[in-house]
Design a protein around this ligand. Structure first.
Ligand SMILES: Cc1cc2nc3c(=O)[nH]c(=O)nc-3n(C[C@H](O)[C@H](O)[C@H](O)COP(=O)(O)OP(=O)(O)OC[C@H]3O[C@@H](n4cnc5c(N)ncnc54)[C@H](O)[C@@H]3O)c2cc1C
Length: 495
């Protein structure tokens, strides 16, 4: 039988996953990527003997990858291995308290009681509720299209709706946490999960309290070889499935006629296809590839997620107090989010996240040294003076870390590079450099996010962090699975 062509625009993690899934369905798949390498935000680089993952550092829900390989009929262990990380993150508070967040509800509750004076039973009951929310609500809406009748008619929706309580929708995550925990440190700890999809705990609905379940109950993992090994594994599998890759080839237009997709334009050449999946940011897809200003403007009505400034620091020595993931909280969390989402600026006492993969794989840095990935949440790019903001941030970060680690860290920085919202947009074509597409600050955010299938153009689909179900590696992988199901369903209904 004649093999149909499918084209994927972009080789981010979702683009790679969708290419694998469509190839498994029998399509002849071609991926066009504007960069010289696959992975989008999920790539890595080396500087002066230090290896850095450029973007994501936290790996959760590996089941999405297990499912991808199982569906492709391939042995995952030949491509990628990982290990659980029982201490998900080490937290440092300005008042000198320290907390090890174990990926075990009982151990975390005990630690929160011991270090913070928090009620252990409250922590357990919060995490139980988090699990219930994820199992009954999260799974239904994150694994399926929100824009198909079938999703809503399924009996599991009744169960989902009965799990949702008034505060999950009508209280902010912060208010919800503040009414549950008696210590400000526990509130700040659980508020932080809003940042996992680039949102503000003082605005986002308490529904986001399902996120801790994924980290604490299900666990966090470290892929051997660093996060980039996820990209490498998917790229290798895609090639094995016969997917053709075209690097350094930006797509210029998506072609359609009589509401049906016909292919793409690349290097002024028309390439025909019966299926086109855009893994590119949905704003740019509408604005530049479809030249549809109306739909592009609709995307603009949704608030962007936060972005980040990253300092990649090669450190001359090792810091025994630090772990794989570390977080140094700012004193005034509310003010910090006010700066990011309302003022479009950066506070002078930012929360600082440090990831050090050489803690688990010493080869990631020269002997006795460490590769620090230092990240600060900042607003999406709106024309701010990033040169000035980065200079101020660097000074504030060095001062804060030196104070909290009780040693001057500036002389220990041997080599460095930085990333900011403008360079994030340049590298992965993410509109305004936002890390996770649109924010989840409004309770309608999940419903406003771009659907995975075009309403206007048959055969055109969307995957990746700027569309349903949202940003972050797990959700991007889910978007690829949803697109694959939609393509299959459309094919069946045509027969
Ligand atoms: C600094 C940082 C830290 C993060 N931390 C985490 C984390 O710890 N855990 C986590 O799960 N997630 C994290 N994320 C988010 C995560 O990286 C993203 O949600 C995810 O990688 C996005 O994947 P994607 O499939 O949407 O594609 P992207 O990575 O956005 O890639 C899209 C690809 O499309 C290509 N493209 C765009 N336009 C065109 C065109 N016209 N023609 C051809 N190609 C095109 C781009 O070049 C790019 O390669 C982080 C992101 C960043 C930047």
């Amino acid at each position: 039988m004649h093999q149909q062509n499918a084209i994927v625009i972009g080789s981010g993690v979702a683009g790679l996953a969708v290419a694998i899934r469509l190839a498994s369905q029998g399509y002849q798949v071609s991926v066009y990527e504007k960069n010289l390498f696959p992975g989008g935000k999920l790539h890595s680089f080396e500087k002066d003997g230090f290896h850095f993952d450029a973007g994501p550092s936290l790996f959760t829900q590996p089941q999405n990858i297990v499912d991808l390989f199982a569906d492709a009929g391939e042995r995952l262990e030949e491509y990628l291995t990982w290990e659980p990380v029982p201490l998900s993150c080490r937290y440092f508070f300005e008042n000198g308290k320290q907390l090890d967040a174990f990926t075990d509800a009982g151990k975390l509750a005990e630690e929160m009681h011991h270090q913070l004076g928090e009620d252990a039973a409250t922590v357990i009951s919060y995490l139980n509720q988090s699990e219930k929310l994820y199992e009954h609500v999260g799974k239904v809406f994150l694994n399926h299209s929100l824009h198909k009748k079938n999703t809503w008619l399924h009996p599991r929706v009744t169960k989902a709706l009965s799990t949702v309580q008034y505060p999950h929708l009508f209280s902010t995550l912060h208010k919800y946490n503040a009414t549950r925990f008696r210590t400000p440190e526990a509130v700040q700890f659980f508020d932080r999960f809003a940042t996992y999809n680039g949102s503000d705990p003082y605005q986002a609905p308490a529904m986001l309290s399902l996120i801790p379940h994924l980290e604490i109950n299900e666990g966090t993992f470290y892929p051997h070889g660093g996060m980039v090994s996820i990209t490498e594994a998917l790229y290798k599998l895609a090639q094995k499935k016969g997917v053709q890759f075209h690097f350094n080839q930006p797509i210029e237009r998506i072609l359609y006629h009589e509401s049906k997709v016909r292919g793409v334009v690349v290097g002024s050449e028309n390439i025909p296809a019966s299926i086109v999946v855009s893994n590119a940011d949905v704003y740019f897809t509408y604005k530049h590839l479809l030249k549809d200003d109306t739909l592009a403007a609709k995307v603009l009505r949704q608030e962007r997620s936060s972005s980040a400034v990253i300092f990649y620091w090669g450190m001359r020595k090792s810091f025994p107090r630090l772990h794989l993931h570390n977080l140094f909280f700012g004193k005034n969390y509310e003010q910090e989010f006010d700066h990011i989402f309302k003022k479009g600026s950066v506070t002078d006492d930012p929360t600082i996240y440090i990831n050090i993969t050489s803690k688990l794989e010493v080869a990631m840095a020269p002997a006795g040294k460490e590769n620090w990935f230092v990240m600060i949440n900042v607003p999406a790019n709106n024309g701010q003076d990033w040169h000035r903001l980065k200079t101020e941030l660097r000074e504030a970060v060095i001062q804060k870390l030196s104070r909290m680690l009780a040693e001057d860290i500036a002389p220990q920085i041997e080599t460095e590079l930085t990333l900011d919202p403008v360079s994030i947009e340049a590298q992965s074509a993410s509109f305004m450099g936002s890390l996770y597409g649109t924010s989840s600050n409004s309770k309608m955010a999940a419903f406003m996010r771009q659907a995975n299938e075009s309403k206007q153009v048959k055969g055109l689909y969307f995957c990746g962090g700027s569309v349903h179900p949202g940003g972050g590696i797990p959700l991007c992988l889910k978007s690829a699975a949803i697109v694959s199901d939609l393509v299959k369903a459309a094919k069946q209904s045509n027969h």
